[in-house]
Design a protein around this ligand. Sequence first.
Ligand code: SF4
Length: 316
Amino acid sequence: MYKYLFGPVPSRRLGISLGVDLVPHKTCSLDCIYCECGQTTDFTVERQEYVPVDDVLEELDDYFQNHPDPEYITFSGSGEPCLNSRIGEVIEFIRKRKPLVSIAVLTNGTLFKQEEVRKALLGADLVMPSLDGASISTMQTINRPHASIDMEAYIEGLVSFRNEFQGKFALEIFILPGCNDTADELTSLKTAIERINPDVIHLNTLDRPGVVSNIRSATRRELEDIADFFKPFSVEVIAAAPERKGLNSYRSDIESAILETVLRRPCTLEDLATILGSHVNEINKYLGALEEADKIESVHQDRGLFYQAKNKFADN
Ligand code: SF4
């Protein structure tokens, strides 16, 4: 069992990818209301070696020796990967050891105003920074940023990275109806997009429950209308995750263990990850499948989002 690698997990954009998590659970510069990993608990913009990178390199080495190459190796997980001050070394290590494997970085982009962060990512093939609004009020509603984050510096950082990075730059915009889809918001966003000039825009929306209860997913139609508005930029509406149960990596014993655990008492994502010794992104995959199968449901409580068995299963 690896501590810093997870999956391979199904990704909506990359197919099946091996995840690398360089920060402890919910170490982030944002506290997005839609975050699938729960509320940010270590709210910071300070870069440091949050997890020992030598151990990450050892795990990667072991993975390469014992498994077939994945399509992608993706820096993501349960927080902001660029907060780890040695992310560039991990990218270089993979680049040298596996020159044919693609490297992707999922990041909120808020640290891009720092030149060393931008430099650290230059060896990646695909970087997917996010920008959900172009005004600080929208950002405060959706992303609840660390107090030191300045909107103009955030956008300027994205522009600088776009100019320096030779790989594919996919700007992710997470649409939450009622929060960032008004005509004014979309017009401001489009102005920011024109400055950033991404290769492609990924329009995303809720797939799993977020941190707060009063938000909903955008419909396919709403996303397509927004995609039209952003033309002539290339826009991809992100489809649902690949059918989870069809994956080779899907393990029904883990699904059963989750179901048995939540039958006894409701649990948060983090509780389940601790009890079952798996990464939160891995557990998320099974929670998604169990929700799709109508076997569990999520409820918001003071301590966060809890998963519990649906009544018909609890009564059995
Ligand atoms: S930036 Fe990503 S990890 Fe951080 S709170 Fe937002 S969705 Fe979660």
